[in-house]
Structure formats: C-alpha cells, structure tokens
Design a protein. Sequence first.
Length: 330
Amino acid sequence: MKTVYGIGNPLIDVIVNISEEELKELGLFKGTMNLINLDKRLELTEFIKKKKDPSFSCGGSCPNTIITLSSLGIGTTLAGKIGNDEYGSIYRERLTALNVHDNLAVSDANVTGSSIILITPDSERTMNTYLGANRDFCPDDVVESEVGSAAFFHFTGYMWDTQNQMEAIRKALAIAKRNNTVVSFDIADPFAVGRYHDSFLELIRDNCDIVFANKEEARMLFDNYDPYECCKTMGKLCETAVVKNGKKGSFISYQRKMYEIPVQGPATPVDTTGAGDTYAAGFLYGLCHGMDIERSGSIASCLAGQIIKQVGAQFPAERIPDLMKMISVF
C-alpha cells in the first residue's frame, strides 16, 4: 500500500458551548473567524477550564487530509510542531488513536496551536485561532527517512507563514525529488496567494506534481475568472492540476488533458469546513490505489459532498463503513 506523508499546522480544535452573555463578556462578535494573539488565547483557555465537557479534536488543513486518508485505510504520517503542553499531549493522543504515525516536533518556546470554537445556543460558531508552535517548524524538524519512504508528500499554502516554515518545505521537496516521492500541494488559502503569488507559481512549476486550488485561489493565481481556463493554465505548470468550482464540480488537467468532475452532495451544505481538505484526501486515496484520474476525482467529489452534510472537517468512525461502500462503486 502506498503511503502519504504530510507536513502541516496541527491545531487542536476545542469546541465549547457558550451563552450569548459570555460571548459578549469575552469581547467577541458572534459568527466571526479571528486570528488571536497569545493574551487572548490564554484568556480563552482559562475560560474553558470553567466550562463543562469541552471537546477536543485534531485540526488543521493538512492534518484533516491526513486523518481522512488514515480513516480510509491509507498509511499516513503527520509532521508539524506542537508545544510542550497539555494541548500538545491531547493532540498526540488523538492522532495515535486515529492511526496516524506521529512525526510531530515539540517547541519549548511556544504553545500548541489551537482553534477555539465557541458555540452559542443558536448554533452559531465563533472561531478563534492561534498558530503558536506551528510557526516554529523548521528544516531540522524534517525527517529525511520519513519523506523519502513515502509515495506522496502533501503540504498546503499555510506553510508559507514564516521563513523557517518555507525553508522546511523546501528541504522536504528536495528529499522528495531525490526519492521520486510524488509532491501534492493544496494552495488552501487565497490570502497566501495574494502574499506569495510569484513564489507559488515558481513552486508549482518547479516542484509540484499535483496541485489543488479552489476557484478563488485559481482566479488570484492566474488573473482569470474562468476556473476551466485556470485549470488548463495550471496544467501547463504541473502534471496534475485540480480546480474546485464549488457547487459546479471540479476540473482536472492531467498531462494537459482536461476532465470535468460532477459535483456530488447536497444543494445546501450543513458546514463547508474541511471540504477542500476532504477532496484532496479522496483524490490521493484513489491514486494510492492506482486508480485513474477520473475515478480519483469522482471519489474526491463524493467524499467532499459527504463531509458538507455534517458539522466538522473529519468523518466520525461510525460513518467510515458506509463511505467505503460509496466509493467502492467508482
């Protein structure tokens, strides 16, 4: 069985039920997504200690893809950086329980990255993210034997946050090239495209075999509102280019031949969080099993359509048998 090695930003997802009054006391606006500083993170973690039964799970874009692949039976490894703290320990324990090989490094200088999700009685989510130790990931944290022995190396645009993270990815890319490891890159963040436009184009052209983008990321990358044309253009830079077009499905360019993959899933999603991460997992699952591009794309579309029927970016264990039956028909 082919294996997938991922480098990403491990974020411990903490979900807490909260009253409208408590949200106001914390000075947060309901339904927003906030990048918070350390002081706010510490305030929120102290608040959580007073609440009953907060739930903890492994999060982060690349981790979502790796965890989904593992749940589908693919051998996976996750690299990244956590803090030497309680949240880091919880992340490791959950990762092990999910059968993902732990290749996480530990920072003594920073806390584990977290996404603290506060849910009010009307089911609105207020998200508060602190990247923490993720930003400390550096070249010394890349384990050459782990990258070199994998069939696929997967990473996302979120790894361009700091110079040391970029250097770590470049080291991993060099190892992948020496060992014929297939490189999979999910752009994942339109804001990163705005900051690193030319760098991303160079990265795709020189280092990547498979590239995933949504229509907004593709538009920004190629200054074109047509996702089909964007996919065609990106397909000239790498062997396999994927542009996800929301409710209209997705386009794939493989060796400069274009494929259109129909959308699968509800017209009105429950929660789109993690849909792109799940799409990438489905596509890599197909390739790990030696499937062709259309079958891999169909599995990706199927799983993305299923993840948006629920709240959360990963499938609960009880759904896996039914999902396996669904994708077995492709």
